[in-house]
Design a protein around this ligand. Structure first.
Ligand code: NAI
Ligand code: MG
Length: 363
């Protein structure tokens, strides 16, 4: 059956990396006999804002809500629209309105990429040595709108913002994380906590982890307080497999993980609605990169990798694996394949996209 995908390239380099993502998806579709229908939308961009005074049309939910997935580039152009307006008016709305309660980011050290974190003895980490998936709760927790400001502008000023954890909200993201852990060879799940300091919500989180763990006796579970956990990410990233955290802790770890594995240009992410009641969204970790936009030097691999994640989510595991293999073969040192400047090469964005397409088609 045909998969309907809403394509939103957005701003800046989103416009440059998206065609490469689509190129590779088309190639995967033809090799694996998958029917993909791409519907392009120009909203959720600062250009759209300039023309319409808002980020989205009023009927945006009708326009993209029926798609299975949203393939997203990047949004944001601070010179035109303040970041909080562009982000809250688009991406963050999608997450909440489409109930994308899992944010997932793989952090894997790829061949041909030098990790900024080294071993204790100072030697470099090897490809594959770091291979983890960070699972972040994406709809509640510390990012609530419950709270307020009293006596503003006076000496007595008080600000309060509550953390909200619901049993349904915590359990559903934990279940997802346990399932991911179970599906991987190491079957190891680490929970990020801070139950020594945050004495109500975090002990609750720990309690739900322990409860869920009973249903997954095959998964090895441990937990670390977020402060030491960040140190472990840097000092022994090879220890981790799947790491799950609340909205705030997951946010921090999901930037730190990819940072430990090299360039931001290759890191992918997905905002998932595992119940499939609304579309899930697949986007690279990076933003619109105004500093390099318009020069065809952006690395398209982050965009292409999220395309692979999307194929996996749509049920096409073999196509996912083939795209990943193509990416790895192009990144491999000695492959002679083109590399963008962030990886020390001088190739253009589309050169890299074409090389991955060729590798995928076995040409
Ligand atoms: P950024 O990720 O756009 O850029 C950070 C640095 O990484 C820049 O030096 C950039 O040149 C480099 N970089 C990013 N992607 C690259 C790629 N594919 N290849 C090579 N180099 C790459 O983050 P920044 O500059 O903080 O934000 C720029 C705009 O993007 C802002 O408006 C921000 O709000 C927005 N943004 C949007 C995101 C999204 O759409 N999910 C995520 C992060 C930022
Ligand atoms: Mg973040």
């Amino acid at each position: 059956s045909k998969h309907r995908i809403a394509v939103i390239a957005g701003d800046g380099i989103g416009q440059e990396v998206m065609p490469e993502g689509l190129r590779v998806l088309e190639a995967a579709a033809s090799r694996f006999n998958i029917e993909l229908q791409f519907d392009h939308f120009d909203f959720s961009s600062c250009d759209y804002f300039e023309r319409h005074g808002k980020m989205l049309p009023d009927d945006w939910k009708d326009q993209i809500g029926g798609h299975e997935a949203i393939y997203f580039g990047a949004v944001g152009w601070p010179d035109k629209v303040p970041d909080h307006i562009s982000l809250w008016g688009s991406l963050l709305l999608f997450r909440r309105e489409f109930d994308q309660y899992v944010n997932i980011r793989p952090a894997k050290l790829m061949p041909g990429v030098t990790a900024p974190v080294v071993r204790r003895d100072g030697s470099p980490r090897l490809a594959g040595e770091i291979d983890m998936v960070i699972v972040r709760e994406n709809t509640e927790g510390e990012y609530s709108s419950i709270g307020g400001r009293m006596y503003p502008g006076t000496e007595r000023e008080i600000v309060v913002q509550e953390t909200v954890m619901s049993r349904i909200g915590v359990d559903r993201v934990l279940r997802y994380a346990f399932e991911v852990a179970r599906s991987r060879p190491k079957k190891h799940l680490t929970s990020a906590t801070k139950s020594n300091g945050i004495a109500i919500t975090m002990p609750y989180w720990d309690e739900r982890v322990a409860e869920m763990a009973k249903q997954y006796p095959d998964v090895r579970v441990d937990k670390f307080h977020i402060d030491i956990l960040t140190a472990h990410f840097v000092q022994r990233p090879d220890f981790f497999d799947v790491v799950v955290g609340s909205n705030l802790f997951g946010d921090i770890l999901s930037d730190l993980g990819p940072a430990c594995t090299g360039t931001i240009g290759i890191a992918p992410s997905a905002n998932l609605n595992p119940d499939r009641t609304h579309p899930s969204l697949f986007e690279p970790v990076h933003g619109s990169a105004p500093d390099i936009a318009g020069r065809q030097i952006a690395n398209p691999i982050g965009q292409i990798w999220c395309g692979a994640m999307m194929l996996d989510f749509l049920g096409h595991r073999a196509a996912h694996d083939a795209v990943m293999q193509a990416i790895e073969s192009v990144l491999s040192p000695g492959s002679g394949a083109p590399r963008t400047p962030d990886l020390g090469g001088s190739a253009q964005t589309s050169d890299v996209g074409k090389a991955i397409e060729q590798a995928l088609l076995g040409a």
